[in-house]
Design a protein around this ligand. Structure first.
Ligand code: G1P
Ligand code: ZN
Length: 545
């Protein structure tokens, strides 16, 4: 006998999904009805899911378990036929995308705040993915938000919590729940893409040492299985491989600042040949060689240029897509290959249509995200395997491969300066002033740099024609250099200003500079046009990547 409760509720005003779903502090989600309202708003915005399959899982952070219990009972009350849930409620974001696709699910709910710290007073997040396995496009997230402002009731099954630690299936009301181990599904997909025999040879050769840092987040079990069990890397290759509810108190953002243990090893004495890290939910990656850092923008370009070495991409790429602030290094590869390069707003949701339509095969963002048409999320371990595949075929070091790449295509010096924890009013004032100054900037000379264009990036999706406006203020110079300003859409407190800087250097004699030095003039111009110090009250960025 089903016991469905209809619970009266009132809207919360702050449930607008950002770049990647709804992210708030845990105590916000713990308020009575808060999570329930948002979940019901998702369900209310969808049509035709009765009897269908939903995929559910998260990065395992604090509050994941509780949220999963609530969502299962709500899915049962709303009429889903089946939910595939990761064991213990855990699924990496790319694995969730893989499972949605493999099972032709109606959609999925992913619980994650990505790389943001976790714990009782830290961040939590929830997002909805559609049947292609990718993040819901804006028209869906807007519908969810609209619903959240008008919601009056939600439905939930009145039953005890279920055991999610054992694999298997059981009934929850009339709905089937299947507790799955997605590590296998994911590993199988990876093995279908790459030249695993060669990677195995490389990893087992004894001449090549790699180190994978899972940062106590979701990729630990996937990385152990793939690298150590399936590909023959020695035990101990994966460090911090046990997922923890608070990520070990760390900040699982794979960059030079937060992945400091790994960085120290790769830049230390007797360093391994290859180092990689992934983030909280497993969709980001950082790639390091011995004493060498590969920027994510360069990584995308190198993967694209070497794609033919990977079985899955042997026949060539349909196109490449990158987010607008990502460097134009990939554009140069696309030009050489004679394929299109698409420039999208920040956020993986904008790649979905291009991938579905077969217009792009590889996608990437400067924020340590790369992926392909194998799923509809960015995929950290996929990028690591892609690099290993290239390394195993080319038998060169990471540094040699990147330096040769620069020789062929030129080097796009690149850096992002983040100003975190800015008071929202002050960040908005900076943007308002910058917008007002836009018309006066075109043609203006700053030292050796002349402004070619200045606009607020607007994107028209080439597949469905939808338009996304105000996606970042761009200042383009006549020599191809760029400065981009935008506010983060993933924060949970105050505002984060991101300043993206890029310049191009064709001469190999000048490829050895420190990016902060190479970009010095652009950094000064950014300050001059946006008055960053004055508006933020900060002398320096809080994070430079
Ligand atoms: C950030 C990154 C963006 C990425 C998103 C989710 O968003 O900049 O590229 O897609 O996280 O991982 P932002 O905080 O800039 O809105
Ligand atoms: Zn992430």
């Amino acid at each position: 006998m089903m016991n469905i409760k209809t619970v009266p509720t009132q809207p919360f005003a702050d449930q607008k999904p950002g770049t990647s779903g709804l992210r708030k502090k845990v105590p916000v989600f713990q308020q009575p009805h808060y999570l329930e309202n948002f979940v019901q708003s998702i369900f209310d915005s969808l049509e035709g899911f009765q009897g269908q399959t939903l995929v559910l899982g998260g990065d395992g952070r604090y509050y994941n378990r509780q949220a999963i219990q609530i969502i299962l009972k709500m899915a049962a009350a709303s009429g889903f036929g089946r939910v595939l849930v990761g064991r213990s409620g855990i699924l990496s974001t790319p694995a969730a995308s893989c499972v949605i696709r493999k099972n032709a699910a109606f959609g999925g709910i992913i619980l994650s705040a990505s790389h943001n710290p976790a714990g009782p007073n830290e961040d939590f997040g929830i997002k909805y993915n559609i049947s292609n396995g990718g993040p819901a496009p804006e028209k869906v997230t807007e519908a969810i938000f609209a619903r959240s402002t008008a919601i009056a009731t939600y439905k939930i099954l009145d039953v005890a919590d279920v055991d999610l630690d054992k694999l298997g299936s059981f009934k929850l009301g009339e709905m089937n729940v299947e507790v799955i181990d997605a590590v296998n599904d994911y590993a199988q997909l990876m093995e279908s893409l790459f030249d695993c025999d060669r990677i195995r040879e490389l990893l087992a050769s004894g001449h090549f040492r790699m180190c994978m840092d899972s940062m106590h987040a979701v990729t630990g079990p996937y990385a152990h299985r793939l690298f150590e069990q399936r590909l023959g890397a020695p035990l101990g290759t994966v460090q911090n491989g046990e997922p923890l509810e608070d990520f070990g108190g760390g900040h699982p953002d794979p960059n030079l600042v937060y992945a400091h243990d790994l960085v120290e090893r790769l830049f230390g004495d007797n360093a391994p040949d290859f180092g990689a890290a992934s983030d909280g939910d497993g969709d980001r990656n950082m790639i390091l060689g011995r004493h060498f850092f590969v920027t994510p923008s360069d990584s995308l370009a190198v993967l694209a240029a070497n794609a033919k070495l990977v079985p899955a991409y042997r026949d060539g790429l349909a196109g490449i897509a990158r987010s607008m602030p990502t460097s134009q290094a990939a554009d140069r590869v696309a030009a050489q290959l004679g394929i299109d390069c698409y420039e999208t707003p920040t956020g993986w949701k904008f790649f979905g249509n291009l991938l579905d339509a077969g217009k792009a095969t590889l996608c990437g963002e400067e924020s340590f995200g790369t992926g392909s048409n194998h799923v509809r999320e960015k995929d950290g371990l996929w990028a690591v395997l892609f690099w290993l595949n290239i390394l195993s075929v080319r038998q060169q070091s990471v540094e040699q491969i990147v330096r040769e790449h620069w020789q062929t295509y030129g080097r796009n010096y690149y850096s992002r300066h983040d100003y975190e924890g800015v008071e929202s009013d002050r960040a908005n004032a900076l943007v308002t002033d910058l917008r007002a100054a836009m018309p006066t900037l075109k043609g203006k000379q700053f030292g050796g740099y002349q402004v070619d264009y200045c606009d607020d990036f607007s994107y028209t999706d080439p597949v469905d024609g939808s338009v996304s406006q105000k996606q970042g203020i761009r200042l383009g110079f006549t020599d191809g250099s760029r400065i981009v300003f935008r506010l983060s859409g993933t924060g949970t407190q105050g505002a984060t200003l991101r300043v993206y800087l890029e310049s191009y250097e064709s001469n190999p004699a000048h490829h050895n500079r420190d990016p902060q030095v190479a970009l010095r003039d652009l950094i000064a111009i950014a300050e001059q046009v946006a008055q960053i110090r004055q508006f933020t009250g900060m002398e320096q960025p809080t994070v430079i990547t």
